[in-house]
Structures are given as structure tokens and as C-alpha cells.
Design a protein around this ligand. Structure first.
Ligand code: FES
Ligand code: FES
Length: 172
């Protein structure tokens, strides 16, 4: 009688998922990472490969609204999910408030960490309208920046949160 060890693991699988609001479908190697699919197969260069082992956060994307390290995810795990990358943040020509705040607070230098920082911050602001500094620091704790120091980044997230809150209040 065949047991689990005899079962063949398929080398490639077909997956489909929503990427920045559009449905995509493609065949992936079962051992491919989500990061390589996004960058090399789908041409989204926002998520970066830094460490490749889940320590730097440069590859952070949102999967079903949660910030995850795309380098640690196998491509088949994207199947049926909703995936957001930094490319989906701006509304055509209009920057997202987080992007705008990063610019106005000089929170970007080389920019390598920026897409991941923005996505971690987005996940935070989606779940918490008015996070305090402690919550912001915690949410960004998995994202490393070699350039700016973290103060400008934290202040940018605070400013974006304040702006989003004001926008929400104005609509209510
Ligand atoms: S590249 Fe994924 S956490 Fe560093
Ligand atoms: S701006 Fe260069 S690593 Fe953060």
C-alpha cells in the first residue's frame, strides 16, 4: 500500500491570485519562492531580496492584508490569496499618504528598505487607525534600514496615520 513518502510532489503547479487588484494566473515551480515569482516572473521589482532568510524585511508584501516576508513563502502558497506590493500603493499619479509622508520626512535614502517599510506600515494602519509610537516601532521591527536611522521613518508613519485619521474623521 502506498504511503505518503511514495507520493510524488509535483514539480510545477498552476496558481492564481489577486495581485494589486488584478487576477493573475501562472505556472510555478513548487520550490520557487513567492519573492522570485513576483520579481522575476511578474516583473514587480518593489519587493527586494536582502537577506533571503526572513531577517531584513526588504521583501515584505501583504498577503490577505498581513505583512509577510515573500522570501520565506513558497509560490504555491500564494494560490487563492490577495497579494499587495508597493506597486499597488499609489492611486495612478497620486501617492499613498504613507509614500507622501516618507518623502516629506526624508525617510528614504538609498530606498532599498522602503518598499518593505511601506508595506509593513500599511498593514499596521489597516488594522489600527491611530497607532502609538510603540506600536509603530513594533510593526517595523522586522524591517532593517542601513541608511536613515529609524526616526524619520517612524515619524513618517506617525504623520501618515494622523493624516488618515483626519481624513476618516472628515468623512464621518
Ligand atoms: S529578503 Fe526576505 S526578509 Fe530579507
Ligand atoms: S533607505 Fe537605504 S536601507 Fe533604508
Amino acid at each position: 500500500m502506498p504511503n505518503d513518502r511514495d507520493r510524488e510532489i509535483p514539480e510545477s503547479v498552476t496558481i492564481s491570485f489577486e495581485l494589486n487588484g488584478k487576477l493573475v494566473g501562472l505556472q510555478v515551480n513548487a520550490a520557487e519562492t513567492a519573492l522570485s515569482v513576483l520579481r522575476d516572473r511578474l516583473g514587480l521589482k518593489g519587493p527586494k531580496e536582502g537577506c533571503g532568510i526572513g531577517e531584513c524585511g526588504a521583501c515584505t508584501v501583504l498577503v490577505d492584508g498581513l505583512a509577510v516576508d515573500a522570501c520565506l513563502l513558497f509560490a504555491p502558497q500564494l494560490d487563492g490569496r490577495t497579494v499587495e506590493t508597493v506597486e499597488g500603493l499609489a492611486d495612478r499619479e497620486t501617492l499613498n499618504p504613507l509614500q507622501q509622508a516618507f518623502l516629506s520626512h526624508d525617510a528614504v535614502q538609498c530606498g532599498y528598505c522602503t518598499p518593505g517599510m511601506l508595506m509593513s506600515a500599511k498593514a499596521l494602519l489597516q488594522g489600527e487607525a491611530a497607532p502609538g509610537r510603540k506600536a509603530i516601532v513594533e510593526a517595523l521591527s522586522g524591517n532593517l534600514c542601513r541608511c536613515t536611522g529609524y526616526l524619520q521613518i517612524i515619524e513618517a508613519v506617525e504623520a501618515a496615520a494622523a493624516q488618515e485619521c483626519t481624513g476618516r474623521d472628515a468623512k464621518e
